[in-house]
Design a binder for this molecule. Structure first.
Ligand SMILES: [Zn+2]
Length: 549
């Protein structure tokens, strides 16, 4: 019945027209800007050009403003925050982020095996924040169903994390996969891709993935190739082990028949600064020349963010979390930790050795007792709390916080970050963590605005069109978000309007909870979600499923 369909569209669709007039339009393709008008109707871009008069249209005067596609942050750890953080949306929209992908670094909210769910969620808490209730979901399709039922302030899609898959099947065990476990793992990956995961992520640096061999990855990923979605890798090593880690993942992706996307591409550790990255980039250039599909992403800061537990060598991490913490609570355990932290560990990055304790800052704790440690370096904490040394502070914090302590590691060199930013196949991400709402890494509030204000306007590292491409068209293309990421006739009308001189980040490492400034208007599906430099509070965005538009 055509009439009924038409009525439905009248009710649910956005019939209202909007015209954005006279802005400098960066269409997201990387091409030069053009002064143009954009006509929006029914949530989509109806036309781009010059329009003298449009009847019944809401007019947005964009003269002197930059007009861009809504930005796509393909790496935000908002898996739990979409359900638990009532303020979610403001920090994102203030930077013009209209779409985010969650489930990165091997850490997705689903699948979870019932037996190991608590243990896995405890492990995720410093990155993802508190999980929503105890019920949750067991399967990836259930997670996406839940997203669909939620009122979302921005579009959200998800990757399936192999850390989650592994834990669902066999917990944190370092044992090799049995044939039966492998089949169960493959089934979970396939089920997620079938349900609409935008890609697969892995966190090879972290437990429980760090125990795997390339062969096991290839085997687990073999059935995934037909879906043609990228493998997003948090590498095994980002310091001394960077080159070997890139070789490893390139090999895995090639063998498994998947495109490779290297997450937060960077090099850490003082002795690698300015040396290792150019060498690794040359290697990637060769792989690409040989026809392998490899891209990367980066965030515009010299400090990274992770959890304190990741600084503990794997040999001190055997068993489940309780066993690890039990050992660390005894003198002998601390002695062993101290000794192991002074050594190199083949196949694992010893961050403490690479950058020194003075570059490790505690960013989040859960107990009141250690609240004052937030924002302090390990040597400062050692002094303040009268610990024997930094290793003892680390062990004490891990035990008292039950493993849930977040850290910022000032591990990178500005020149290297710039080198990664300039790569034509490198998109912008935030890598925002939601585990420490009072003291997050500033990238949660500022990454996208910072690329514009710092890398484009202040330092001229990127041209405006390059930066916009890296924040919209490039990630859209990489993940197959075909409906978004470009200002183009027929695409969804996710559009930002901002003053190019004023759009900037204000969050810093010492004052991280500060919204970006200068964003005037943000549309999602043609609806104003950010207006007059403020969040409208609207939550009508979409849960996005790959392969389903
Ligand atoms: Zn990561």
């Amino acid at each position: 019945m055509p009439e009924a369909c038409w009525c439905e569209e009248q009710e649910t669709g956005n019939k209202m027209k909007t015209v954005i007039l006279g802005g400098t339009v960066y269409d997201g393709s990387g091409g030069p800007p053009v002064e143009q008008d954009i006509l929006v109707e029914n949530g989509r871009i109806l036309d781009v050009g010059r329009f003298s008069y449009i009847e019944d249209a809401v007019r947005i005067n964009a003269a002197g403003k930059a007009v861009t596609p809504g930005f796509i942050d393909a790496h935000r750890h908002g898996d739990f925050a979409v359900f638990t953080d009532k303020g979610l949306g403001e920090a994102e929209l203030a930077q013009g982020i209209t779409t985010m992908l969650v489930g990165n670094c091997g850490m997705s909210a689903a699948p979870t095996g019932r037996a190991f769910r608590k243990q896995w969620y405890d492990f995720l808490e410093p990155c993802l924040g508190k999980p929503p209730g105890t019920e949750g979901w067991d399967t990836f399709p259930q997670y996406l169903d839940q997203l669909e039922k939620t009122d979302l302030p921005l579009n959200v899609g998800a990757l399936v994390g192999l850390g989650s898959v592994k834990t669902a099947v066999k917990g944190f065990s370092p044992e090799k996969w049995t044939e039966e476990e492998m089949k169960a793992g493959q089934k979970l990956v396939t089920e997620a891709l079938e349900a609409g995961a935008w890609g697969i992520s892995c966190g090879i640096m972290y437990v429980p993935e760090c125990y795997w061999s390339s062969k096991e990855y290839i085997e687990l990923l073999r059935p995934a190739a037909v879906y043609k979605r990228p493998l997003c890798c948090h590498l095994r090593g980002e310091g001394d082990g960077l080159e070997a880690a890139v070789e490893e993942t390139a090999g895995i992706a090639l063998e498994a028949g998947l495109a490779l996307h290297i997450s937060h591409f960077k090099v850490t550790g003082r002795k690698n600064w300015k040396k290792t990255l150019p060498r690794v980039i040359e290697k990637i250039r060769r792989y690409r020349e040989e026809g392998q599909d490899i891209t990367v992403d980066f965030y515009p800061y010299t400090g990274g963010s992770t959890t304190l537990l990741t600084l503990v060598p794997p040999c001190c991490q055997e068993g489940d979390m309780r066993a690890v913490l039990n050992r660390l609570s005894a003198k002998e355990g601390v002695r062993r930790l101290r000794k192991e932290l002074l050594k190199d560990h083949p196949g694992w990055e010893n961050m403490v050795k690479a950058i020194g304790w003075e570059r490790v800052i505690i960013s989040s704790v859960v107990t009141e007792k250690n609240r004052e440690a937030q924002g302090l370096t390990l040597p400062q904490i050692c002094e303040r709390y009268g610990d024997e040394d930094e290793a003892a502070s680390m062990a004490r914090l891990l035990v008292e916080e039950e493993g849930k302590a977040g850290i910022i590691v000032m591990s990178m060199d500005p020149e290297d970050v710039e080198t990664a930013a300039k790569l034509p196949y490198g998109s912008v991400i935030s890598d925002a963590l939601y585990g420490a709402p009072d003291f997050p890494h500033p990238r949660l509030y500022g990454a996208f605005a910072r690329v514009w204000s710092e890398y484009v306007m202040k330092q001229g590292i990127l041209s405006p069109q390059e930066a916009v491409y890296k924040m919209s068209g490039l990630p859209a293309g990489r993940f197959g978000l075909e409906d978004r990421g470009l200002i183009q006739k027929g695409r969804r009308a996710d559009i930002n309007v901002f003053d190019p001189e004023r759009f900037c980040d204000t969050a810093t490492f010492t004052c991280p909870v500060r919204l970006a400034e200068g964003m005037d208007t943000v549309l999602i599906d043609g609806q104003a979600v950010w207006e007059n430099s403020r969040w409208t509070g609207r939550r009508q965005a979409n849960a996005l499923r790959a392969g389903k538009g």
